[in-house]
Design a protein around this ligand. Structure first.
Ligand code: ZN
Ligand code: ZN
Length: 379
């Protein structure tokens, strides 16, 4: 059976007007995340290897850092003296976040350093047990040397697969930051990807153009999703860091943002931003109804999807069924299907051609109960 939902255009035009009016008075809000990958790099040519100067630049502007820490580096030269481990612990105590960044950041199949959880050179996956072992070993080292237990994960080289997500879910991780669309990747794991990187190999001649590009990019995100995650790579050991250029650039970017957004900018770690975003989503979700014994609403597939997805549900008895689509703010965008279905499993097709990229809710209602789930449309 196939149902094509019409009428979404009109709904979106109305929503657009409302959003525009509320923003015209105060300007857009912005949730801003700074993610720093690959700290504890093997590059030993630049000393001292302290994360603190970067942290001071960020902290003094009211911002927060999420450090992507490669656990194995803690037990390699030159980090055996424990100085960086102590700095990481202090940083978390000061309100920043440590995110697990793989185990050793080297693929154990092909020995390349640009991926680890999935071999993108040979295009072959690692098994569940292999990935679970990388996780466990990484967590063990991190906890032993820093006392920190992360709840977020950054796959090395942005490369991960469905097995990685399953391991995260089973390990109680709540957040992931990788190169897939923002949104729930399981019922309990939420992905918040980075938007862009501007300080990679930054020089005096690219300083200003990178700053302008970053600010324009951030402005676009503020006007649409209201969230921006900036990426940097190991800014304390790169050559640009030594002469202070990355520090100056970061400071100037944050100063510009603070002037432009004033109290409308909120600096958050990856997990804090995830909590903030998913709270907004869950507020829009209805309170779960007791014991939905007459039916089960399954997760749509594929998810994320573009532009068509299947919504399966199972009925114990023949029953009238209504499936309705909502925005994450809980506004009804229309009824997908409303008719009597027989007992058994059914699938309804949802086409989102007229919709914008983002999270949507779908709700099934029978005379006895109701259930709602989240789906992720990615154009
Ligand atoms: Zn590989
Ligand atoms: Zn990395």
């Amino acid at each position: 059976m196939k149902k094509v939902f019409a009428g979404s255009c009109i709904v979106f035009i109305l929503l657009g007007v409302l959003v525009f009016e509320s923003r015209a008075q105060s300007g857009p809000d912005l949730t801003f995340v700074i993610r720093v990958d690959d700290i504890l790099s093997r590059n030993t040519t630049i000393l001292p290897r302290s994360i603190q100067p970067f942290e001071q630049v960020v902290e003094s502007r009211g911002a927060k850092i999420t450090w992507g820490v490669i656990p194995h580096r803690l037990i390699e030269t030159p980090n055996l003296d424990g100085v960086l481990a102590a700095e990481i612990r202090a940083s978390v105590e000061a309100g920043h976040e440590v995110s697990l960044h793989g185990y050793v950041h080297i693929c154990q199949r092909c020995n390349q350093s640009n991926h680890e959880m999935y071999c993108s050179t040979q295009r072959t996956p690692f098994t569940y047990n292999e990935q679970k072992e990388l996780f466990s070993k990484g967590l063990e080292i991190l906890e032993e040397h820093t006392g920190v237990k992360p709840v977020s994960f950054i796959p090395p080289g942005h490369v991960s697969d469905q097995t990685t997500i399953q391991v995260l879910h089973d390990s109680g991780f709540r957040y992931l930051s990788t190169a897939i669309n923002r949104g729930y990747v399981t019922d309990s794991v939420y992905n918040l990807p980075v938007n862009g990187e501007y300080s990679w190999a930054i020089t005096e001649s690219t300083y200003l153009s990178n700053l302008t590009s970053a600010l324009a990019d951030i402005r676009t995100a503020a006007n649409s999703s209201g969230v921006y995650a900036l990426m940097l790579h190991d800014p304390f050991i790169r050559s640009g860091y030594q002469n202070g250029i990355t520090l100056a650039w970061m400071g100037e970017l944050l100063d510009s943002l603070n002037v432009e957004y004033e109290d409308r900018i909120q600096y958050k770690t990856l997990t804090e931003a995830g909590d903030f975003i998913t709270e907004r989503v869950s507020v829009a979700l209805e309170k779960p109804v007791e014991a939905p014994t007459e039916f089960v609403l399954h997760q749509n597939y594929p998810n994320p999807f573009n532009a068509t997805t299947q919504i399966p549900f199972t009925l114990n008895v023949s029953s009238p069924v209504k499936i309705e689509i909502f925005s994450i703010l809980g506004q009804s965008l229309g009824v997908l299907v409303e008719e009597v279905f027989s007992a058994g499993m059914h699938t309804v097709t949802f086409e989102a051609n007229e919709f914008s990229t983002g999270l949507y809710l779908y709700r099934i209602t029978t005379p006895d109960a109701t259930q709602t789930k989240v789906m992720n449309f990615l154009k």
